[in-house]
Design a protein around this ligand. Sequence first.
Ligand SMILES: Cc1cc2nc3c(=O)[nH]c(=O)nc-3n(C[C@H](O)[C@H](O)[C@H](O)COP(=O)(O)OP(=O)(O)OC[C@H]3O[C@@H](n4cnc5c(N)ncnc54)[C@H](O)[C@@H]3O)c2cc1C
Length: 369
Amino acid sequence: MAAGMMLARAGWSVRVHERSSEIRESGAGIYLRDNSLNVLDEYGLFERLAEQGTRLERSLSIDRDGTVRQNIAVPAHARSYVVPRQSLVDVLAYGARQAGVEIALNSEVQSAEPDGSLLLSDGRRQKADLIIAADGFNSRIRDGLNIGARHWELDTAVNRHFIPNRLITPKPESIQYWSGNRRIGVAPSGPTHSYVFIAFPNRDSVAKRLPLDLDDWTRAFPLLREQLPVIAAAPTTQYRYVMVECPRWHSGRVAIIGDAAHGLPPTLGQGAGLAIMNARTLTEALSREQDALKALPYWESCMRFISDETQKWSCRYDLFTRAWPTQLEFLRPAIFWAFNNFPSLTQRMRIADRGLTITPLSPHSAKAA
Ligand SMILES: Cc1cc2nc3c(=O)[nH]c(=O)nc-3n(C[C@H](O)[C@H](O)[C@H](O)COP(=O)(O)OP(=O)(O)OC[C@H]3O[C@@H](n4cnc5c(N)ncnc54)[C@H](O)[C@@H]3O)c2cc1C
């Protein structure tokens, strides 16, 4: 949707094919940082979204016994928001429609060819100068291109709970609670909602139970004794962490973007952020080099490093929770200490947060130049 809006604004004639009957997201929050917020700003959509979300002022990490391992003020120049997922897709769909994008619902794509042919599931065939495969982790278009891509589920499961009040999130803070191989993140998501994610090893059959086994979770997180019943009562969805390895993000006139290209564990809150950032730089590459056959390799060569690094660090972060040996629990604070004392580590891990300022395709540096 983001790529469609940007290309339409740049003068392209765009159609989005969505297999569902509506533009819909699950009830949950989503973290967005400057790499995507700057893009929304540029397209005049930031204010519309920001009023439905919460700007975070602090980020904390707290151990089972209440020891605060990290307490970081979000710097004024680096925005971090949590917004309802539905608000994000609504704002993008609004921007796309305003830009003249045609959105075809109930329109499932079967496959795409490098020459720009698109085959729909109802048997119709269409031709385009450029096809963007933004069809998610299980991307049928990517797999049909036979470029050697792989995707798989990781051994971590995650619940997302969307709570229709701010009782457990009175302050604009994101807090992560750690206990053994489990982690709970709590943050406000706009004026009326709180967003909670709970990550745990997929083999942990008790943790996996829905509704939550309150006795078990309270033993693991005694600090959250009062909040857990509120969390357990809220609408919940359960997922597995995923990973995508895609050796190329393009084949002829087909570009692969978003989770289809670089699905990753959500530990750094950057999956959608990368998708929006990469859509922006794809548009930039196409405005510099009109021929898609030349623009796509250029785009990938500029953006690949940021996505690859973010995937690597997201997996490390996942292992840090899920696979940390419980008998070495006493060593985990050393990792927090290292990140607290060597900001360059955080900068490397969060390279995507600065993405648009460090790529040669940066629309912002291009403007400045
Ligand atoms: C628990 C969890 C927490 C997360 N937290 C964050 C976060 O805080 N911040 C962040 O930035 N990211 C987060 N992410 C990642 C983020 O949700 C994804 O990276 C993002 O949704 C990817 O967007 P996408 O458009 O590439 O794919 P999707 O969101 O999967 O969208 C794909 C779309 O394509 C449609 N489609 C699929 N196949 C076809 C077809 N054949 N024909 C037509 N339409 C089709 C689908 O219906 C869907 O609408 C999280 C993910 C999870 C699981």
